[in-house]
Write a protein that binds this ligand. Sequence first.
Ligand code: CP
Ligand code: NVA
Length: 311
Amino acid sequence: MTKHLLSIADLNKGEIYQLAEMAMAFKKNRQQTDHLRGKTLGMVFQKPSTRTAVSFAVAMYELGGLPLMLNAQDLQIKRGESLPDTARTLSRYLAGIMIRANKHEEVAELARHATIPIISGLTELEHPCQVLGDLLTMMEIFKVRRQEDLNNFQVTYIGDGNNVAHSWMLAAALMGFVLVVCSPEGYLPEKQIKQKADALLALSGGRIVYEKDPETAVRDASVVYTDVWASMGKDEERDQRKKIFTPYQINKKLMSHAPKNAVVMHCLPAHRGEEITDEVIDGPQSVVFDQAENRLHIQKAVLVHFLQQPK
Ligand code: CP
Ligand code: NVA
């Protein structure tokens, strides 16, 4: 059975540690390799992207393969060709597909009919490759190498209970750390993800805590994480959301309640002055561009792991 990466929970804890280790090795010795020589990755985008598009393309190139950018607007899907037929056709040419889609269900449908691995580059429900890169950043900074290093380790996610929050919840549930989620009423993560996380938490010893007050939420955090208040597809709600989310801004005052050695993370792109101030994102605790760089290294590991599986 072909393995796909639609959710971070498609991996287990051991595989996540292996991917991080492989990514660290790629990072230490950045060079052209032969891992994916002769293989082509199709990259389908239904929404804009800077980091995901460029880091996947460069990763594929540096692994000896070919990244093929496919704008969803230019494919026959646009004229009504079905996803199953597209999946069956592309499976005859490509070694894998990375897709950024509006609807998670469309990616799932593609995966059901493809005989090559499908890797999600973000849907409205999850952003697995982002959080894998973030876990790599967190492991590097806090020297996490095994389970004991995560005992009582706390990540605090403040803001919209969106795709990135969902992948963090599943990551905490798989890896066994504490995730504090601080979102306004009405913008909490989705129930289906909570249920999926709860089932995994029982096995890992991790914990997800829902905290209403941002100052309390950051008090014991090693990582303070945020993302835009209005994700792609919700742009028309941006003004209305600004009013509701203002108390959840990561600013200097809020950070004064966090431990001094806490780092600030953001998946980018940021809406500066909304979910995060310039002072914080450009300040000494921010590691946002290390996160962006790590997308390249972790995706090399993801590509090798998924594209080298026996057919
Ligand atoms: N973080 C992230 O996925 O960025 P892009 O939207 O630029 O790909
Ligand atoms: N939550 C954001 C993440 C962008 C990388 C969005 O979906 O737009």
